[in-house]
Design a protein around this ligand. Structure first.
Ligand code: NAD
Length: 390
């Protein structure tokens, strides 16, 4: 289950001699369950293509997670796999779960794999792009005029807030009724670090950041607003910062989503708003995500990339899953973990070209288009990559 796919002897080694660059890019690939391995296979072909055609070599390791790891090793993720993830420069994750493991106790659930990775790698900023590619503009439930050209990014704080805050629980009151409670908690450092991710992303994109909370009714929201404002003034005076209440943001996302560039928000509001924003694009099989951690002493930022869809047990094993969300997650990995903007945008442009060429997997099928399998979608993508790189 542990394969070193490309060693130090490919193009990377030649480049190493040429410019003195020392290390290859270490990537841990975790396909998981259901359609995870099927869509990851197409990413592997893109990686092979890059090895051959571009001056890049990855040190690739692959491992089991989720139900696959449960079956083989009795745990959803082993300590050894978590160690590999810590040593890697980036982790590419597929999806986990399925009916076979639904009845297991909570500590054996496949989802523990992703929760453990988030915890061990300290991943606190979840990045969810919502991009509408021109050929798929009709897939949105909103009018094409509202979503055409949409390209926004939601940064959701993902380790704090009300899902983790103490105290929490359910208590029985003297009159026999019950009281359930959770606490929204944010400290200044928690807000500062996620705000910085938002500002840095904005700088690389349209230079606009909108911070979202409910400062009108929540003290933690007021602290959020004050802290983001302070970080902006001190470190990112060049980025255009605005603030919005979460309820208004939900409305604005549906009314005029193109007003946004980067949104930064809390765990709870980000959970809701990022799902809402995803659906502006109309297709689960197209949506990528990243989760980033802090910088370690060596200046390395832990990061995990995954499609937002799950393991799709209803279509697993049939070779019909859409591989583009997984491939676009890999493009995000190139951009955010390795600064390989040119290669990332090459892959993104190739995806658009394949769709403009009329190729569709079943989930995004439209009248008059050619319905293709996972594998054919991958092959068409390689063909477009060849053309674009020629
Ligand atoms: P899902 O995303 O797996 O599937 C929802 C629907 O979308 C299904 O009809 C599926 O066929 C379709 N779909 C999803 N991805 C597709 C793709 N790439 N191409 C074509 N169609 C696609 O969500 P679900 O059905 O709620 O969950 C199934 C399993 O996945 C559950 O065990 C759940 O716990 C797990 N899950 C895992 C993750 C993760 O690993 N991060 C995320 C969500 C759900």
């Amino acid at each position: 289950d542990c394969t070193a796919l490309s060693g130090a002897w490919g193009r990377g080694a030649r480049r190493l001699k040429g410019d003195g660059m020392a290390s290859n890019k270490k990537l841990l690939v975790l396909p998981g369950d259901g359609i995870g391995p099927e869509v990851m296979r197409e990413v592997r072909r893109v990686i092979d293509w890059m090895d051959r055609r571009r001056a890049v070599t990855f040190d690739l390791e692959e491992d089991l997670v989720g139900g696959a790891a449960m079956d083989a090793r009795g745990v959803p993720i082993t300590e050894a796999t978590l160690d590999k993830a810590k040593r890697a420069d980036a982790v590419l994750f597929g999806a986990v779960g399925g009916p076979k493991w639904d009845t297991l106790g909570f500590d054996k659930r496949p989802e523990i794999a992703i929760l453990s990775l988030r915890k061990e790698l300290g991943l606190f900023a979840n990045l969810r792009p919502a991009t509408v590619l021109d050929p798929l503009v009709d897939a949105s439930t909103l009018k094409p005029d509202v979503v055409r050209g949409l390209d926004l990014m939601i940064v959701r704080e993902s380790t704090g807030g009300i899902y983790f805050g103490q105290p929490r629980g359910v208590e029985t009151l003297p009159d026999g009724t019950k009281r359930g409670f959770n606490t929204e908690v944010y400290t200044t450092p928690e807000i500062e670090r996620v705000a910085r991710v938002g500002f840095e992303l904005a700088r690389k994109r349209g230079n606009k950041l909108c911070s979202v909370e409910k400062a009108n009714v929540m003290e933690s929201g007021l602290l959020w607003r004050q802290t983001v404002t302070a970080v902006g003034a001190a470190e990112f005076p060049d980025v255009q910062l605005s603030h919005m209440y979460a309820d208004n943001c939900a409305m604005q996302l549906v009314r005029n989503p193109r007003q946004f560039d980067v949104i930064v928000t809390t765990n709870l509001f980000g959970d809701l708003l990022s799902d809402l924003a995803s659906m502006l694009t109309g297709s689960l099989g197209m949506l990528a995500s990243a989760t980033l951690g802090g910088l370690d002493e060596g200046g390395k930022r832990h990061a995990l990339y995954e499609p937002i869809h799950g393991s799709a047990p209803d279509i697993a094993g049939r070779g019909i899953a859409n591989p583009l969300a997984q491939i676009l997650s890999f493009a995000m990995l190139l951009r955010y973990s390795f600064g390989m903007e040119e290669d990332a945008s090459l892959i993104e442009r190739a995806c658009t070209k394949v769709l403009s060429g009329g190729f569709r997997t079943a989930d995004i099928m439209q009248p008059g288009m050619a319905k293709v399998s996972t594998q054919v979608m991958g092959e068409q993508l390689l063909r477009e990559l060849d053309k674009l790189a020629a």
